[in-house]
Every structure is written in C-alpha cells, then in structure tokens.
Design a protein around this ligand. Structure first.
Ligand code: GLN
Length: 539
C-alpha cells in the first residue's frame, strides 16, 4: 500500500483545535492497526518556537531527538503514544533557511529563486518526507494558522499541488471550521464555513471532508446545506461538539464516522474496528473520580493555560491513574511572599514549582519551596523548580545566604546552579540548550528508584544551567541527596530530601512523556502522596 496523506487546514478562527482533531483521527486509525504519524507545518518565520515567550505561543514542546517544537506535538504524542521527531515540525523559517542555504551553495545556479516553485517544492519535499521513511501507512499534516492568512498561502499551494500529483486515493484534505451559534437569533450560522471553504477553493484546494466545531448539534438540513455550498459529498460534513475533555474527541469523531470516511477515500477496506480498550479504561477512570486533591502550580506564566500544557495534561493522566480529580490551582510566583504564603498554600495537598527562565517570580518560587519543605507538604520541582529547591536549601539550611543561580545573579559568591561548561562559549540562543533525551542512573536507595522501578531511566531536557557539583558534598551532608545522575557527565538530574514525606526536584521535563495510557510515574506518585497528605490533613 502506498503511504496515504491527510492534510488538515483550518478556517474562520484560530484555536478551533486542529491539533486535537488531527490527533483524534490518528488515534482512531492507529487503533485499527495502521501505522500513523502527525506533523505540524507552522507559517511563522522563527526556525522553531524555542526562542518564543510562552505568552506568544504557549509551551515549547521538546522531542526525544531534541527539537523544540509546537505544543501540538505534545498532543500527537499523548494521543498516539509514539515519539515524534525533528521532522514532525516544520516552519516557514526552516523552509526558507534550507532554500537560501541551497541558493548560496549554488544548487539553483542560473535560476531566479522564487516562492513558486522553490519554496513550495521544499514544503512538498518535507510534507512527503516522513511518508518516504516506510515507517508509516498514514501521515497526517496539520497546517498551522488560518486559511486566508497571507503567510499560509505557500503551504496551501503545496497541498494543492500534492492533491494534483498524488493518486486521488492517496491524498485527502480536511477543513476545520467554526459554526457559531447566535443566541439572539437562536440559530447556528453556516456562512462563515461557506466563506472559509470558498477561500480555500480560491487557492485551488477542494476539501474532501469538513469538520465543524459547534456548541449545538448540526441538523441534517444544516449538514446538507453546507455540503451543497461547499461542494463536498453529503455525509462529509461532520460535527465536533465541544467536549468535556480533549480525550473524549476520538470517540466523538468515531461516532461521526470520520475514520470510516477517511478509510473509504483511501480505499482501505480491510482495517479492523478500532480497539480502544485502554483508552476507554482511562476515560472511565477520568470520568469517575473517587476523590479530589488540590495541587498548587507555582509559576510565572499562569495566566495562560497553554504555557504549562504538558504539566496540566500530566495531572489529568496521573489523576485518572489514582482515580481522583486533580484540581490544579495556578499560583503566580510573582505575587507570593513570606507574608502571604501560608494563606495561599496551606489548603493545598501538594506543590509543583514549574520550569521557567529569568528572574521574574523567582523569589516567590523559593518562598513556596521553603513552605513545602518545612511543612512536609509533597513537593515536586521541575527544571527551574528543581534548581530553585537547591538554592532554597543552600540558603535556608546551609546558611549560604548568597546562594543563587548564575542565570539571575552572575556575580554571586555561591553559584549552586551554574552554566554548564559547554554553554559558557555559546552566544547563539536558538537550539543551543541541552535538549532532548538523556539517560539518568538512579540511586537504588531513593524515592526516584521506588517511583520508576528501574535503575536507568531516560527523560527529556531543555536548560542551560545545572547543579554545581562543587557544592554537592556540602548539600548532601546537610540532608538533600542527589539520587539521579547522568552516567556520562555526572550532572545531577534529581535531588530529594529523604526525611521529607515527598520532596523531589528533577532537572529534566518528565511532563513531556506522560500519556493517558502511560501516565508519567513521578506525577502518579506525587498525586498519590498528595492524596495521602489530604487524608492526614482532614483527619
Ligand atoms: N532557566 C533554567 C535553565 O536554563 C531552567 C530552564 C527550564 O526550566 N526549562 O537552566
């Protein structure tokens, strides 16, 4: 069978959930035994989102092979349970970078280099790349942005050309739109969808399937009307109702026959019915919690849900694994100080201090960590959160008042967190952090070992600073232990306080590998510890 390609575009508005629709379709096809991957093409000019502020574009997701990518890749991995890679996220910046480098090398000698065909050819080459690996039956490509935006035009043109070049049964396009409800008129409105599809058609692409985001059921008449005016087959207009959880969406899409329509188009008639047993058992637990816990997420980007996407999703997975609902309370570290910490954190069952960069809100994080440490409150620090628990311990337990990370205080006399050696000569910001998966060896006599149940683990990283081993023996002597280390470099990856009921800081980002079917073990144990804390608190 040839590799089949699905292209997903969006219209009317952004944030309609193309990523979730793509991931849901992929999940259903995967559950039928097909090998599926998803890739995202983003129209912005940054090479990757690694240099973007989370307020701009939400969390920066990191793949095993160290690519800094769009957060939609997190959804792809969570739904499919399959790793993505550098090749799964392409931006306009990457496309132009390749074409311009080739131009300098002389690859187009004598030719004028143009958007069509040179940029569009490079887009097409990358759209087909994962399919050519032979590893996938189906490659789903999500086109970022909204059809009609000037910057997405070359991507849509590439899809138009592929629709023409590939055999009809190997290429399918889905357009996601919004069908708004006007409460004054008590009516769902189809005109924005019609206009959005017209825009796509003006650029030469005829969608095969239209998925409509809607708050109310689409009637058969509305579906027929949109099919007629958008020129798609009756039955090829499907609804995506607002769902209580994103993990419900694959089931909603199955009910709307999205996977069947896709298989029909691809002339795949031997695929078994989807086996969603594990997914359903996760959903069952998710929807029927037996208890609740309150966890504080202390960070500085808390106004924006997307900034800590993977952490929030990890709590959904870990909650289900513990059959409890995790209420995550976002606490702005900038407004946390020693006078209000008791008031803000005393009703919590656990505290997670989030990753981050720069000085803003750091002292508030340290105050939160001290509170958790001194009050036996379950604590989990990730990346910057781990670095700050080392700073807090050095300051308040060892009495090293000037202890700091050189990220915020380059002049400190006590650099307990310092720049990694190979970072000292790095001046370029893009793609130069310690990125991607690294192995870590655990001390057998540790909480981490109890959690993971194995000596060697692998987790993903994204940071420039590290635990300064010059202070290791003093810190360990005072009661904080380094229980996980990189086997090659001896970099400290995990710290714990064994006398505390649950206190763990990790230099890596465990949230990036949590999925509904394989919840991340530290999150699962942290929620369990929080539940125990709650029981004790209520007693
Ligand atoms: N700013 C810190 C560093 O670069 C932590 C990064 C993070 O939390 N991802 O080391």
């Amino acid at each position: 069978m040839n590799t089949k390609y699905v292209f997903v575009s969006g219209g009317v508005a952004s944030s309609l959930g193309k990523g979730i629709i793509s991931a849901s379709l992929a999940k259903l096809l995967q559950a039928r035994g097909l090998r599926v991957t998803i890739q995202k093409f983003d129209p912005y000019i940054n090479i990757d989102p690694g240099t973007l502020n989370p307020y701009e574009h939400g969390e920066c997701y990191v793949t095993e092979d160290g690519a800094e990518t769009d957060l939609d890749l997190g959804h792809y991995e969570r739904f499919l349970g399959v790793h993505t890679s550098k090749a799964n996220n392409v931006t306009t910046g990457k496309i132009y970078n390749t074409v311009i480098s080739k131009e300098r090398e002389g690859a187009y000698l004598g030719k004028t280099v143009q958007i069509v065909p040179h940029i569009t050819d490079e887009i097409k080459r990358r759209m087909l790349l994962l399919g050519k690996s032979g590893k996938y039956d189906i490659v789903i490509t999500e086109i970022g942005g909204t059809v009609g935006d000037m910057e997405s035009q070359p991507f849509v043109e590439a899809v138009r050309q592929l629709q023409w070049e590939l055999p009809e049964e190997d290429c399918l396009t889905i357009h996601l739109t919004l069908v708004p409800y006007l409460s004054a008129a008590k009516e769902l409105k189809t005109k924005p969808t019609q206009h959005s599809v017209q825009q796509l058609q003006r650029w030469g692409v005829q969608p095969d399937i239209i998925v409509c985001r809607t708050e109310h059921e689409l009637t058969p008449e509305l579906r027929r009307k949109m099919a007629l005016f958008c020129n798609v087959k009756p039955g090829h207009v499907i609804q995506s109702m607002d769902a209580p959880s994103i993990y419900q969406v694959p089931l909603n899409m199955a009910r709307e026959n999205l996977d069947k329509l896709v298989l029909e188009h691809f002339q795949i008639d031997n695929a078994p019915e989807p086996d969603l047993t594990r997914w359903m058992s996760f959903l069952d637990k998710l929807n029927n919690p037996k208890s609740t816990v309150d966890i504080a997420l202390v960070g500085k980007y808390v106004e924006l849900q997307d900034a800590y996407k993977s952490i929030l999703e990890s709590f959904v997975h870990a909650g289900a694994a513990n059959e409890c609902k995790v209420n995550v309370h976002s606490i702005h570290s900038e407004y946390l100080d020693k006078d209000n910490v008791e008031e803000k954190l005393s009703s919590m069952d656990g505290i997670l201090v989030a990753p981050g960069f720069g000085e803003r809100g750091l002292e508030g994080k340290i105050v939160a960590i001290r509170y958790a440490r001194e009050n036996n409150l379950p604590f989990f620090g990730i990346c910057l959160g781990m670095q700050m628990c080392v700073v807090e311990f050095a300051r308040n337990v060892l009495g090293l008042k000037d202890a700091a990370s050189t990220e915020v205080n380059p002049q400190t006399t006590t650099p307990v967190i310092d720049l990694m050696e190979d970072q000292k000569s790095t001046t370029i910001k893009g793609g130069t952090m310690r990125l991607g998966a690294y192995e870590c060896v655990l001390d057998e006599n540790s909480l981490a070992y109890k959690i993971y149940g194995s000596r060697t683990i692998s987790e993903r990283h994204r940071h420039r600073y590290e635990f300064n081993n010059d202070y290791l023996s003093a810190i360990e002597a005072a009661g904080m232990k380094a229980t996980g280390k990189n086997p090659e470099t001896s970099l400290v990856e995990i710290v714990e306080i064994p006398t505390h009921p649950f206190f763990i800081g990790v230099q890596f980002h465990p949230e990036l590998k949590s999925t509904p079917e394989h919840p991340q073990p530290i999150f699962v144990s942290f929620v369990k510890a929080a539940l125990e804390h709650r029981d004790n608190r209520l007693k």
